[in-house]
Design a protein around this ligand. Structure first.
Ligand code: TMP
Length: 211
């Protein structure tokens, strides 16, 4: 008898919209219910590629926009086979940022949308994208330590947000938008309700690829 596969749940949104807290809450909820789950965060900064990305984000190193874009994508590719294997063996992955961040941040810098999407084609397509959207980006910018990393500047974040909104509209069959400015508790409850529905469907669906 073949094992049911796990789901691939991606969280996207601008910097400081609460993705990390919400992915942790969801992870705790699933594991408490006895669902085998793992948390992953891109960029995954511990690999050799991840360390270059970290140096870039903390302004210790400069790289051409195209080069850092390809490194973010390579960072996903270096982990994807392991993720696929574990998903097929039944583990659900909760992923904090993915290829949509890759495209959105680079398009906001002026790179071409199709060029940006192309290196990620073939990666696992998420079963759901949980999009945390701030109704007030000033509220987000006032959160502690904002501005510590390269991209945490309000004007730039607004440009990134436009690209996320476009994805949300175009990929509406599996993107779900939530107000990031509500209480952590409410937000978690809304996300949990959607994820429960998604988890009912995924075991019977085969894994798809980003196109
Ligand atoms: P983090 O704060 O979630 O660790 O992400 C670090 C920054 O990297 C954040 O500003 C978004 C950006 N980013 C990209 O530009 N491209 C990518 O592919 C990913 C995953 C993140």
């Amino acid at each position: 008898m073949s094992l049911s596969r796990g789901a691939f749940i991606v969280f996207e949104g601008l910097d400081r919209t609460g993705k990390t807290s919400q992915t942790r809450r969801l992870y705790n909820r699933l594991t408490e219910k006895g669902i085998k789950a793992k948390l992953i965060h891109f960029p995954e900064r511990s690999s050799a590629i991840g360390q270059v990305i970290n140096a870039y984000l903390t302004n210790a190193q400069d790289l051409p926009d195209e080069v850092i874009h390809l490194m973010f994508s390579a960072n996903r590719w270096e982990h994807i086979n392991g993720i696929r294997q574990e998903m097929l063996a039944g583990t659900t992955f909760i992923c904090d940022r993915y290829a949509y961040s890759g495209a959105a941040y680079s398009v906001a810098k002026g790179l071409h949308f199709d060029w940006c999407c192309s290196p990620d084609r073939g990666l696992i397509k998420p079963d759901a994208v949980i999009y945390l959207k701030a109704s007030s980006d000033e509220a987000i910018a006032s959160r502690g330590n904002y501005g510590g990393e390269r991209y945490e500047k309000l004007e730039f974040q607004r440009k990134v947000g436009v690209v996320f909104d476009q994805f949300c509209e175009k990929e509406s069959s599996y993107w779900h938008q939530f107000d990031a400015c509500q209480s952590e508790e409410n937000l978690h409850a809304e996300i949990a309700a959607i994820v429960d529905e998604v988890l009912k469907e995924t075991p019977s669906q085969s894994l798809a690829k980003l196109t």
